[in-house]
Design a binder for this molecule. Structure first.
Ligand SMILES: Cc1cc2nc3c(=O)[nH]c(=O)nc-3n(C[C@H](O)[C@H](O)[C@H](O)COP(=O)(O)OP(=O)(O)OC[C@H]3O[C@@H](n4cnc5c(N)ncnc54)[C@H](O)[C@@H]3O)c2cc1C
Ligand code: SF4
Length: 338
């Protein structure tokens, strides 16, 4: 491990102070639990001169959940979310996803905002400075080539691996964003722009593993909100190499409604595969009938089309895609059975 570089720490107490701190320190980074950011700083991947600690801002710490709606402040910890009785009762997919993240000490420190804005990962990126230097770095830092896809023409495929995002995507969540120009709200799905298409240049609205969040300079996530859908059953599961303290090989959130023997609604979202969490498009066409072979084949086809795992982890891409499909089937069958 490398030594930590010097940085200043700012500790705002209110949302206004936080916005002001962001405005005066343009190169600053927000510090949630630091469970990912501090690792990247120590590895020399990033070196922000100023860190702004969000944990003292009371407005960002609340978790409110009831049968109608869910609202979680960006500085709420993962442990708080995982243990909240009304999140467990009304939004099980969110509580389960939070409980699946890293280990207990990370969850005590790690925040919802930090998890939603988690940096994308790659075996050529999450390495020490000397290791990356020995490999001439890569596009996501200061290099000129992608080692995963050398013919990628400027596109990075680093993988989004946060566990909370897919869970919240199945609930059609939206996020509150605050920045120097004021506050705005957007669908959580619109936050993630890591499309990473080799045949498309990276733009402001369609990015890759390097430009994967639609946050403007100085903006940060303040809260995430979702409504409840009566009768929706939901769950989260993931496969990881070690059974604890581990990023997902693939993580899957499923939410569905059953009306008698009919599959009335099906929502499936993934993490650990693409440079963005993917809410599977096209599942509505699988609903309206029994949970039969047509659904399983359709689900497999959608995963094949939309899940694009590359060799960014030690686990091969095609294996992660297969695991994603198997988990989606298992969760769907389990939730449908009740
Ligand atoms: C051994 C290990 C295992 C891990 N396993 C998992 C895992 O299984 N699943 C998983 O999802 N993660 C995992 N992580 C990553 C990390 O612990 C979690 O994702 C955690 O939720 C990150 O939250 P944090 O508050 O610590 O983020 P930080 O490290 O503080 O920040 C992460 C990023 O988010 C930015 N940020 C923080 N708050 C905000 C905000 N409000 N708005 C905008 N940007 C913000 C920071 O500037 C930084 O870029 C693991 C980490 C380690 C070290
Ligand atoms: S996918 Fe390519 S550019 Fe992106 S981090 Fe990995 S090696 Fe670097």
């Amino acid at each position: 491990m490398d030594a930590l570089p010097n940085f200043d720490l700012v500790r705002p107490r209110t949302l206004d102070e936080l916005v002001a701190a962001r405005r005066s320190h343009r190169d600053s980074r927000l510090l949630g639990g630091g469970t990912d950011l501090m690792v990247n700083i120590r590895r020399g991947i990033v070196a922000p001169p100023v860190l702004i600690d969000v944990n003292g801002v009371a407005e960002l710490r609340a978790v409110k959940a009831d049968a109608q709606s869910l609202e979680i402040g960006a500085a709420a910890t993962l442990s708080e979310v995982a243990a909240h009785p009304d999140v467990i009762k009304h939004y099980p997919v969110v509580a389960q996803a939070a409980a699946h993240i890293a280990g207990p000490t990370h969850r005590n420190m790690g925040t919802v905002g930090g998890n939603l804005a988690l940096d994308t990962r790659c075996i050529f990126y999450n390495q020490s400075e000397w290791w990356r230097d020995a490999n001439n770095h890569c596009l996501k830092t200061t290099g000129t080539i992608c080692h995963v896809a050398p013919k990628s023409r400027g596109v990075c495929f680093a993988t989004f691996s946060g566990d909370l995002a897919p869970a919240l995507l199945t609930l059609d969540a939206e996020i509150g964003i605050v920045g120097p120009a004021g506050a705005r709200t957007m669908p959580l799905a619109a936050l993630y722009i890591g499309y990473a298409r080799q045949d498309e240049p990276v733009t402001e609205t369609r990015g890759d593993g390097k430009y994967f969040l639609a946050l403007r300079p100085g903006e940060f996530i303040a809260a995430v909100r979702a409504g409840n859908t009566p009768g929706l059953r939901s769950a989260y599961d993931k496969i990881r190499i070690r059974r604890s303290i581990e990023y997902p090989v693939a993580g899957v959130a499923v939410a569905l409604r059953r009306d008698g023997q009919t599959l009335a609604d099906l929502r499936v979202a993934f993490t650990g595969t693409n440079p963005r969490p993917v809410r599977l498009a096209g599942t509505a066409a699988l609903c309206g009938g029994a949970l039969d072979d047509r659904v399983w084949k359709g689900l497999d086809a959608l995963v094949r089309d939309q899940i694009m795992a590359m060799k960014t982890t030690f686990t091969p891409g095609h294996y992660r895609r297969r695991v994603a499909a198997v988990l989606a089937r298992r969760l769907t069958a389990r939730l449908f059975a009740g």
